[in-house]
Ligand binder design. Structure first.
Ligand code: Q46
Ligand code: ZN
Ligand code: ZN
Length: 347
């Protein structure tokens, strides 16, 4: 198999593009896809500082790497969720990455902001872990961006993540989620940073290949709470579909973005205001994060008192579904990554 660009020995085959590339030309292809995403969706300007949310996994570190290489002004943001060894390991990867490249990495501890690490939040609130975690991450990302003067936050969501999210939203016809499914979410309030996903054109296997070829030391283990999450099941389903029909995921996502998304754009407008407790943007008087933090506080108190006393916080879910949708980690890294001299089939 030969590289489409130079005719040399191909290192990677991209079935969905019906193409193969040698290592340098695959890296060039990858970088071009990121550039195309940034340009097409006006994600950020050349000289605009970008806060890159990094988890220590292949996608977010690949994103940070490509943006640094392309000369963007970036800083990293690591949210320490307090999830056992997983958080310690992933934080160490991010710190090493930043130090090796002379970049700034901001670290925010979820436990400091909410009163308990994520596993404890789940235990005391009985709320699904990924739901509380996703809510906290979105809140803290925005808060960190505002506090440090970044108007835009970039995340490492790839094509597989986006297709799985779309699949889940379609299954339940979640109109608000469908209206927000986009590679770039504009700011709709002075206190909301833009959120962009420059990797949405690249599959999980492609980001893994990029990370491998660039020798990025990323955390291979998944978050222990990713197992059994519904979006993992959706990813597996889509992977099976992709096996029999290469390009299915791409067509599903890109078809929606190009042809169908417009039909969901005019869902009921929401009035945004500032949370009375923290000042961040919300649809009610208190934002979902402050409600969750309050629930954690009260649950902690009541668990210290006599057992059996009714917990006032039970069932006190937040009302802003918009701010509180389950997301999970990008799936496990593919097992296909091999030495660059070997041809790897990437769908
Ligand atoms: S970190 Fe958090 Fe993911 Fe772990 S608890 Fe779930 S949402 S799976 S991106
Ligand atoms: Zn080549
Ligand atoms: Zn608040």
């Amino acid at each position: 198999m030969k590289c489409r660009k130079c005719g040399g020995a191909a290192a990677l085959e991209l079935r969905r593009h019906n193409a193969a590339f040698c290592s340098p030309h695959f890296l060039e292809f990858f970088t071009k896809q990121v550039a195309e995403a940034i340009h097409k969706h006006h994600m950020f300007a050349r000289d605009e500082p970008v806060l890159v949310a990094v988890s220590g996994g292949k996608d977010s570190l690949a994103l940070w790497d490509v943006l640094i290489n392309e000369g963007y002004r970036t800083a990293g943001l690591y949210l320490d969720l307090g999830i056992f060894d997983y958080s310690q390991e992933s934080k160490a990867r991010c710190e090493r990455f930043a130090t090796a490249r002379g970049q700034t990495l901001y670290v925010e501890r979820v436990a400091e902001a909410i009163g308990a690490p994520i596993p404890e939040v789940q235990r005391v609130t009985r709320r699904p872990t990924c739901s509380a975690c996703g809510l906290s991450k979105r809140y803290l990302m925005n808060r960190a961006a505002l506090a440090r003067g970044f108007a835009v936050v970039a995340t490492g969501h790839n094509l597989d993540d986006e297709a799985a999210t779309l699949f889940g939203s379609v299954l339940h016809w979640q109109m608000d989620a469908l209206s927000r499914q986009a590679p770039a979410l504009p700011s709709t309030h002075a206190k909301l940073a833009r959120r962009v996903k420059p990797l949405y054109r690249l599959s999980e296997l492609e980001t893994a290949a990029y990370a491998f070829l660039r020798k990025i030391d990323y955390i291979v283990e998944e978050c222990p709470f990713a197992k059994g999450a519904t979006s993992m099941a959706h990813k597996e389903l889509l992977n099976r579909l992709e096996e029999s029909s290469p390009g299915a995921k791409h067509n599903f996502l890109f078809g929606f973005l190009d042809k169908a998304r417009v039909a969901f754009e005019h869902v009921e407008p929401v009035t945004l205001q500032e949370c009375q407790a923290c000042g961040q943007v919300t649809t009610g008087e208190l934002c979902a994060f402050c409600k969750l933090a309050d629930q954690v506080r009260r649950s902690g108190r009541s668990s210290r008192t006599a057992r059996g006393i009714e917990e006032r916080s039970a069932g006190a879910g937040d009302t802003s579904g918009q701010e509180d949708r389950e997301r999970v980690m990008p799936g496990p890294p593919p097992r296909l990554v091999q030495a660059p001299s070997t041809t790897v089939s990437i769908e």
